[in-house]
Design a protein around this ligand. Structure first.
Ligand SMILES: *Cc1c(COP(=O)(O)O)cnc(C)c1O
Length: 389
């Protein structure tokens, strides 16, 4: 008997429902143009907002760090110690975010599953936006706190639920920018509601840093809420162009997480190469807003072009550009045809987005040129005529 036959059944089900996601192979560095499954394609899939993933300065910093500190971290930081580079990164991140302190982790996912169970447990209640990222949902599951979902970006629904709670500690969690639609959480109103009910506020700024606020300092800066948000989670894997995550907030929060956050205690540190590249990225962003400006210029240009061509790009307020198609089959055919034309833009369907809300999500980057984006818009137009014929 094949004890793993349930896997065949599930894979067959996914395939028959069109939900099996074949993962493409990239044969080049990330950038505006990449090699996908052996052919050159215009890249609209990456979170490399500022084009830093292949930046010379980051690559040089990583190489230098390998020579000085070696390839691997050898253990968890709580036992073998932190590299000097980890401290430098954390100081630079805190300064960039306008927070007293920061703790870096292996990824944004790790940051969420580390911080949430440390902040809320038995007898506490977490209030989470219904469209929050999977890593927040998993962090809530790992916590022993009661978890309550409030309506998407709805501070009134949040306030009603907070008022009804009898929990000891209350923790409100929201994505800063919602990655599938590109809309921005009404963080000012969320903070007002939370303060009124004595709740802690945590924001996951994965798609906001490097994008929102002065010079890309993120959603807290964008809303002028410095000092009023208790916990900021971030990633170094998107606009910063490398890999890693972090938590920024009061010094005592960082001290506490070094004792309590399980991914910090039980999983090895990020490598010297990663950390050095992250430091270079934070320095670049701290020193100039040129890339952030280019990103927004590109986003406005592409979104104006797509709207002008009659495409529905939903409720985006950021460079994330969902091209709403509705039917999942149509979105998949559209994406496949785009790929034939040399544009890499992935279809996204249920369960990542609601049923009948399938879309192709385009990620605009500072690495794109006007010509790239003009070409992409033109190809969207051409493919639309073909797939709807
Ligand atoms: C991408 C993302 C993460 C995960 O970040 P990684 O560094 O890739 O693990 C967490 N939260 C949100 C909102 C994200 O979009």
């Amino acid at each position: 008997m094949d004890k793993l036959s349930f896997i065949d059944d599930e894979l067959a089900r996914l395939a028959s429902e069109g939900l099996l996601n074949p993962i493409r192979e990239i044969g080049s560095a990330q950038g505006a143009w990449i090699t996908v499954d052996g052919s050159r394609a215009l890249n609209l899939c990456s979170n490399n907002y500022l084009g830093l993933a292949d930046d010379r300065r980051l690559k040089d910093a990583a190489k230098k760090a390998i020579d000085e500190y070696g390839a691997g971290p050898a253990a968890v930081r709580s036992i073998a110690g932190s590299l000097t580079l980890h401290r430098e990164l954390e100081e630079k991140l805190a300064a960039f975010k306008g927070a007293p302190a920061a703790l870096s982790l292996q990824s944004g996912f790790m940051a969420n599953i580390g911080v949430i169970p440390a902040l809320a447990g038995e007898g506490d209640e977490i209030f989470s936006d219904e469209l929050n990222h999977a890593s927040i949902i998993d962090g809530c599951r790992l916590s022993k706190a009661k978890s309550t979902r409030y309506a998407h970006a709805d501070p009134d629904d949040l306030a009603t639920k907070l008022a009804a709670s009898t929990a000891n500690k209350k923790l409100v969690i929201t994505d800063g920018v919602f990655s599938m639609d590109g809309d921005i959480a009404p963080l000012d109103k969320i903070v007002d509601a939370a303060e009124k009910h004595g709740a802690m506020v945590m924001v996951d700024d994965a798609h906001g840093e490097g994008v929102l606020g002065r010079g890309g300092r993120g959603i807290v800066e964008h809303f002028g809420l410095t000092g009023r948000v208790d916990v900021e989670v971030g990633t170094l894997s998107k606009a910063f162009g490398v890999v890693g995550g972090y938590i920024a907030g009061p010094q005592k929060l960082v001290t506490f997480l070094k004792q309590k956050a399980r991914p910090f205690l039980f999983s090895s540190a990020t490598t010297a190469a990663d950390v050095a590249a992250c430091i270079a990225a934070v320095e670049i962003l701290g020193g100039s807003d040129e890339l952030v400006k280019k990103l927004w210029d590109n986003a406005r240009y592409f979104q104006d072009r797509m709207r002008g061509l009659g495409f529905d790009i939903g409720r985006t307020e950021t460079p994330i550009t969902p091209v709403m198609l509705g039917d999942a089959g149509l979105a998949r055919r559209f994406s496949a045809e785009l790929f034939q034309e040399g544009v890499f833009a992935q279809a996204i369907g249920f369960p990542t987005v609601p049923i009948r809300k399938a879309r192709i999500r385009c990620m605009v980057s500072a690495a794109h040129t006007r010509e790239d984006l003009e070409q992409a818009a033109g190809l969207f137009d051409r493919v639309r005529a073909r797939v709807s014929a």
